[in-house]
Design a protein around this ligand. Structure first.
Ligand SMILES: [Zn+2]
Length: 321
């Protein structure tokens, strides 16, 4: 944790613009606060129930940045590895259904480049302008869906795209083979949907370990264990987290109530986003705020009882007033 300057002092030494968040003052650290895991579907025209336009997606990133949110990878959140500057808050971006607007190559001068209006293009351009925002997202893809949801809808670039994501620090998640409602099927079908999706992805990015599963329609199989680990068709799988489609902000990964098997998400639609931005503006004590030191978990004084058991031994807990 770094000492906090008053606004006046910060202005006097010209630090305020460098210290970034466009907020009146840096909030005290609270690493037991809640974390938003945002869930996007299509990024395309026009704006509708499951679609955010590229302009609105850029606007969401601006709003997050201005409010002091910084990107962390979903896997890092699961591991409690939140290495952010003091006073900023983690946010996780997830994209379901591998629709074309999430990752598209376009031809230009005989070569292909990433469409600046697709999610990957927008995220990279934003990170170039704001390197401290980070460049992380998890794509829950459908390798066996029909058009246009099969691995971003450009068959000739399926391998190239998945490799690109992995090589550039993005994460790939399992969303089943073709978006099966897992609550409707018997155990062998559930297992096959999960294992076969992983098998397809593994063909393009050998050795990449998929750690997370997002449930199509948010529906769990009759027994959650079927989705968590097992084998089918010669492929073994084991997942560290299962993501729902609703549920609000997640509790901190350091909180005893953190449940990776039932991770809630916030649908990234104008009204839902607005609602939670307002909520955290009005209830800043509810929000996860980093202390700037990944080896220390800073919590409000007296909140030790909320911590989960089994924090890594390398992590030290600090209480603050
Ligand atoms: Zn879906």
């Amino acid at each position: 944790m770094i000492p906090r300057l008053s606004r006046t002092a910060a202005l006097a030494v010209g630090l305020l613009s460098l210290a970034t968040p466009a907020r009146a003052e840096t909030p005290p650290p609270n690493e037991l606060g809640r974390v938003m895991i945002l869930e996007y579907h299509k990024v395309d025209q026009p704006e509708e129930r499951w679609t955010r336009t590229p302009a609105n997606f850029r606007h969401d990133l601006e709003t997050l940045y201005d409010k002091g949110y910084r990107l962390v990878g979903l896997n890092d959140l699961l591991d409690g590895r939140i290495a952010l500057p003091a006073g900023t808050s983690p946010v996780v971006l997830t994209f379901d259904d591998s629709s074309p607007g999430q990752f598209r190559y376009v031809g230009k001068n005989g070569e292909v480049t990433i469409d600046p209006d697709c999610v990957v293009g927008i995220l990279e351009a934003f990170a170039q302008r704001h390197p401290d925002f980070g460049r992380k997202a998890t794509f829950f893809v459908l390798p066996g869906a029909s058009k246009p949801n099969r691995l971003f809808n450009q068959p000739e670039y399926e391998a190239r795209k998945l490799q690109y994501l992995v090589d550039h620090g993005f994460e790939i998640g399992n969303h089943t083979l073709w978006h099966a409602n897992l609550g409707k099927y018997p155990e062998p079908v559930v297992r096959s949907q999960i294992a076969r999706a992983q098998q397809w992805i593994g063909r393009y990015v050998p050795g990449y370990r998929i750690r997370t599963l997002a449930l199509p329609h948010g529906v769990y199989p009759r027994e959650v264990g079927w989705a968590l680990r097992g084998a089918a068709g010669g492929t073994t799988y084991q997942y560290d987290a299962i993501l729902r489609v609703t549920g609000g902000p997640a509790v901190s990964p350091f909180d005893a109530a953190f449940d990776a098997v039932r991770l809630p998400r916030i649908q990234a639609l104008a009204d839902e986003l607005g609602r939670w931005f307002t909520y955290f503006d009005r209830n800043p004590a509810e929000r996860f705020v980093s202390d700037g030191d990944a080896a220390v978990v800073t919590i409000p004084r007296g909140a030790r009882g909320k911590l989960r058991a089994g924090l890594p031994p390398s992590v030290r807990v600090a209480e603050r007033d």
